[in-house]
Design a protein around this ligand. Structure first.
Ligand code: S3P
Length: 173
């Protein structure tokens, strides 16, 4: 049932719309919205960019793992995860055990279009030209798909409106 209390995790590449959709779904359900990056920033009292600079990606992934371990215990939450969250440690398994996982799937070209405007705020892509960005996304997506594909539900993020997602979730859960 949709109105069960277990968390709903939105997963997918940077720029796939996890936070926007997450806010909408949480409002629809009357649940709490958690953006995992914001949760980490509040915990660590620093921006993601600073955390990457100070502790490297490995340090950040440890913080992300700790944050996720807290969030999986919560009830009635919609969680927008970071693009890399499912691909480290046993994070994907943890989310699948704790609740529902929804993968917002997009093509590399669509991701480039969405990511170019706010690129400076994302440390993994901040310095890339549009061509480099397309190359990076194509490669990274290939590496990450095996984890993303473990989601309980996969949805084409290009086609669907937030209202359509609500419908899909009601059917699926
Ligand atoms: C990352 C995605 C970011 C953030 C960090 C690393 C990634 O989250 O966690 O910059 O590895 O794809 P968003 O997907 O919310 O941008």
């Amino acid at each position: 049932m949709l109105y069960q209390q277990y968390p709903l995790f939105l997963i997918g590449f940077m720029g796939s719309g996890k936070s926007t959709l997450g806010r909408h779904l949480a409002r629809e359900l009357g649940w709490t919205f958690i953006d995992l990056d914001d949760f980490i920033e509040t915990r660590e009292n620093a921006s993601i960019t600073r955390l990457f600079a100070a502790h490297g990606e490995n340090g950040f992934r440890e913080m992300e793992r700790r944050a996720l371990a807290e969030v999986v215990k919560m009830q009635k939450v919609v969680v927008a995860t970071g693009g890399g969250t499912p691909c480290f440690f046993n994070n994907m398994e943890l989310m699948n055990r704790a609740g529902t996982t929804l993968y917002l799937q997009l093509s590399p070209a669509a991701l480039v279009r969405r990511l170019l405007p706010g690129q400076a705020h994302r440390p993994l892509i901040a310095d890339k030209t549009p061509d480099e960005l397309l190359q990076f996304i194509t490669q990274k997506l290939k590496e990450r798909e095996p984890w993303y594909q473990q989601a309980k539900i996969t949805a084409d993020a290009e086609l669907l409106s937030p209202e359509a997602y609500v419908h899909i979730l009601k059917e699926a859960l």
